[in-house]
Design a binder for this molecule. Sequence first.
Ligand SMILES: Nc1ncnc2c1ncn2[C@@H]1O[C@H](COP(=O)(O)OP(=O)(O)O)[C@@H](O)[C@H]1O
Ligand SMILES: O=C(O)C1=C[C@@H](OP(=O)(O)O)[C@@H](O)[C@H](O)C1
Ligand SMILES: [Mg+2]
Length: 168
Amino acid sequence: MTAPAVVLIGPPGAGKTTVGRLVAEQLDVPFTDTDELIEAEQQTSISDIFVEQGEAHFRALETDAVARAVTGGGVVAVGGGAPMTPATAQLLEPLPVAFLSVAISDAAGRIGFSGARPLLAVNPRATWTRMMGDRRPTYERLATWVVETGGRTADEVAADVVAKLSQS
Ligand SMILES: Nc1ncnc2c1ncn2[C@@H]1O[C@H](COP(=O)(O)OP(=O)(O)O)[C@@H](O)[C@H]1O
Ligand SMILES: O=C(O)C1=C[C@@H](OP(=O)(O)O)[C@@H](O)[C@H](O)C1
Ligand SMILES: [Mg+2]
């Protein structure tokens, strides 16, 4: 097992998938997004897994995907809800973790709350805000670094993550 360079956590729209890919490119290490891993392995979309098999099944797949992804030594982006599953949080606790922080105004502008994120399909702004309230303490507890993403491009956020890693 090789520890990951960094694991990115944070709410939907924080930029985990986008920034994670950029950080991995800069470090020249592999990138794994656990949602992409699940979709590739299950041969279906996250939305369809939620609809057809339910969130509990998705969370079990996610815990398994995170467990495998963090052994690969590269950069790992997880889904926004991953740290809320206790077994997944336990996997993340000893690892270098960057919490990408974002306000609702920026997140809404970035993701437009389309159907790709099933938990945000109904009343997205209120749901996002409630989710963030529930999740923020867990994100902060697991974070080695908190990286503010508001008003910054994904490239700027990625450069900040790389700088934080190089200083540690
Ligand atoms: N810092 C940023 N500024 C503007 N747009 C961004 C930024 N980071 C990501 N995005 C865009 O926001 C959308 C959601 O990003 P994504 O990486 O999927 O977020 P997450 O994985 O955290 O839900 C994408 O269209 C992406 O290009
Ligand atoms: O917040 C959540 O619970 C989820 C976030 C999504 O990932 P992103 O945070 O990358 O959008 C995806 O894992 C799934 O739709 C559930
Ligand atoms: Mg993502």
